[in-house]
Design a protein around this ligand. Structure first.
Ligand SMILES: Cc1cc2nc3c(=O)[nH]c(=O)nc-3n(C[C@H](O)[C@H](O)[C@H](O)COP(=O)(O)OP(=O)(O)OC[C@H]3O[C@@H](n4cnc5c(N)ncnc54)[C@H](O)[C@@H]3O)c2cc1C
Length: 613
């Protein structure tokens, strides 16, 4: 693989690659760990992991393929017929052998007509199968990475992989956190690096048709350069791209005002497991025509189909913005203030929480230097609207924070400082990663609860981590009841890792007992399958399995994510494992003033929570 080609992939993977202390650190470590992982990969797919590079150099001219066709040509139609599901194969419960995978890759090269479409470079396999910011990494790597240029290419790749029963793992920005794009059963990772274009901009309709590898930040930059007055409000990890954002049904700091990814998708072009291409619906803002397939594919993490085009809604850039931070003496005060803001119906554009540890981490990381923050639990607010509405919202929020012991409200002076203030929040995970030493890793995970319970869950989870002597921070999208724990641990220390795992499990169970969810935005991936069972139970997982089976009978689409591969996993899904919500009487549903009570959990587990007095 040429350096140019590889540099492009890295640049696509993480815009912070150059000049980012955090990323530089993680990548250096990734390199040092790669031996181990390559060794692992080589035991399972020996022929592949040591191979020389197949695909050399894609020239700059080949970059950016422009528009792709959604209407199928006659040739595509023929492909469709050929790719009809073979039920005999479906009953054969296995993935392709190494020889079959090799055959599949040769056939992809042959049909796409260029070696540049496929890479087996070990570094490339590693970058597409391992993530140093993910909570989990299975012991395997993809056997090849494909770089399609169009929907038709993706369809060809899927059809060939289907023929040889080769797993397919879509890859966009690679910023997901639960092993979502890992390759536990080998297979072909499909990286859309060359499918990063705007295909059609419908300014009057306030929508845009894009390819999966367009980053949300790049999209907003392009909309700004076009002076469109519009923007795309969903803001997950800085390096995330539309395909992966759809995959995880992500959200971010703006979700309290603008909702999550699912709310911004108008239609999708999807390549199915056997190579068929479908479009979920047309372009009006609303439609009652048939099943809501958008909702099926958004959040399906590439397990049901591959997104090759998306039509997205756009929002109008508010006339006025203001950003402010306010510190609190305790995390409960901060959470109470946030709940008060929500309960008063004040339409804040964003409301984020960071505890004193995370504020220290930001200071230590220097991401916002020379600015130094008070190291106390802090709420970050973004206000947006007209001049008058922004001022009105600020006045109301000020009053609520004061009654909850809030400190001085610090406003950004100008747009530059607004950016700096907000960057402290957006940079938080990188700041934590930058502090790692030796064998340290960061476990970053999320849960969400009804927001009146947020103070309770944060307080207990934080206490548990402190009691165990773990260096951990709390931050979150508090307006949505969604918070994250970032826990530093030594991965070479088995005991410490087990402690962290237990803490995370406890946090998930507490969230579920509060009628919450095991993940508000990071999705299930490889890491939270057990949590999903605790949350929804075996019957609901059975429905998910049935949907998967009907769309992907060979189980080749991102296998092992969300739900287990049925013939490889013997674990029995038991009803007793479900964590039943403990419903507090409505009169107890207030945030301030609590005492300990026990959340009785189905299955015999009992967890401590706080009970409002
Ligand atoms: C610093 C940092 C901050 C973060 N903050 C947030 C946050 O505030 N909110 C939030 O929600 N998340 C956050 N995340 C997590 C991450 O950014 C999101 O999960 C994001 O949606 C992943 O997008 P991606 O392009 O990186 O996807 P990837 O990691 O490439 O893929 C994610 C999943 O989608 C699938 N997929 C990828 N492309 C396609 C496709 N074309 N078709 C079908 N499936 C596909 C993959 O197989 C995988 O299962 C953060 C991550 C980091 C590192």
């Amino acid at each position: 693989m040429s350096l140019r080609h590889y540099a492009r992939i890295l640049a696509n993977r993480c815009p912070r690659a150059s000049g980012s202390r955090a990323f530089a650190t993680s990548f250096r470590r990734a390199g040092s760990e790669s031996q181990h992982h390559r060794a692992n990969a080589s035991t399972k797919s020996s022929q592949w992991s040591g191979r020389a590079v197949w695909a050399i150099a894609a020239g700059a001219g080949a970059v950016g393929c422009g528009a792709t066709a959604t209407i199928l040509s006659k040739d595509d139609a023929k492909d469709r017929i050929e790719s009809t599901v073979n039920l005999d194969l479906a009953s054969e419960h296995r993935y392709g052998s190494t020889e079959e995978m090799e055959q599949a890759i040769q056939e992809i090269i042959q049909q796409l007509g260029d070696e540049d479409f496929i890479s087996t470079d070990p570094e490339d396999l590693y970058a597409h199968g391992y993530s140093s910011w993910s909570t989990v990494n299975p012991d395997n790597l993809p056997v090849a990475v494909a770089y399609p240029r169009s929907t038709k290419d993706v369809s060809t790749i899927a059809r060939i992989c289907h023929k040889y029963r080769v797993p397919i793992i879509p890859y966009s920005g690679g910023s997901s956190l639960e092993g979502n794009f890992s390759a536990p059963y080998g297979g072909v990772s499909i990286d859309f690096a060359y499918m990063d274009q705007i295909i059609q901009f419908n300014k009057e309709d306030m929508d845009i048709v894009v390819q999966p590898s367009l980053g949300w930040q790049d999209l907003n930059e392009k909309l700004s350069k076009m002076e469109s007055g519009l923007f795309f409000p969903i803001d997950p990890g800085p390096s995330a791209k539309i395909g992966g954002m759809i995959g995880t049904n992500c959200s971010g700091t703006n979700a309290v005002k603008y909702g999550t990814m699912k709310d911004w998708v108008i239609n999708l072009t999807i390549v199915l497991a056997d190579g068929r291409v479908i479009k979920t619906r047309r372009r009006p803002r609303k439609s009652s025509a048939g099943y809501n397939l958008n909702s099926l594919f958004v959040g399906s993490e590439g397990t049901l189909g591959i997104v090759t085009e998306a039509t997205l809604k756009l929002a109008v850039i508010p006339a006025e913005y203001s950003v402010a931070v306010v510190p609190f003496p305790t995390i409960r005060d901060a959470a109470s203030a946030a709940a008060g803001v929500m309960q008063a119906g004040i339409p804040v554009a964003a409301m984020e929480i960071m505890d004193e540890v995370q504020m220290r981490v930001v200071n230590l990381g220097g991401a916002t230097a020379p600015r130094v923050w008070e190291e106390r639990p802090t709420l970050f607010f973004k206000f947006a609207g007209t001049k008058n509405s922004v001022q009105d919202n600020i006045d109301q929020v000020l009053a609520i924070t004061k009654t909850n012991n809030g400190g001085v409200f610090e406003f950004a002076k100008d747009a530059q400082e607004q950016k700096l203030l907000w960057s402290a929040r957006k940079e938080s995970l990188w700041s934590m990663l930058a502090l790692r030493k030796g064998d340290e890793d960061v476990w970053s995970t999320d849960v969400a609860v009804p927001f009146s319970r947020l103070a309770d869950i944060i307080e207990i989870s934080k206490k548990e981590m402190d009691d165990l002597g773990l260096f951990a921070s709390i931050l979150g999208h508090i307006g949505d009841g969604n918070f994250h724990e970032s826990i530093m641990y030594d991965r070479s220390n088995k005991e410490e890792r087990e402690k962290v795992e237990q803490c995370v499990k406890n946090m998930v169970k507490r969230a579920l007992a509060m009628d919450g969810t095991c993940t508000g935005e990071h999705a299930v991936g490889w890491g939270k399958k057990e949590s999903l069972l605790w949350e929804v139970g075996p019957e609901t997982i059975g429905v998910m399995q049935a949907i998967k089976q009907s769309l992907d009978p060979l189980w080749i689409m991102n296998p092992g994510k969300i739900i287990d591969v049925p013939w490889l996993e013997e674990k029995e899904l038991k009803r007793e494992d479900v964590v039943a919500p403990v419903r507090a009487p409505p009169s107890l549903n207030k945030v301030k003033g609590t005492q300990e009570w026990t959340l009785g959990l189905q299955g015999g587990t009992a967890l401590q929570s706080t009970k409002p007095q």
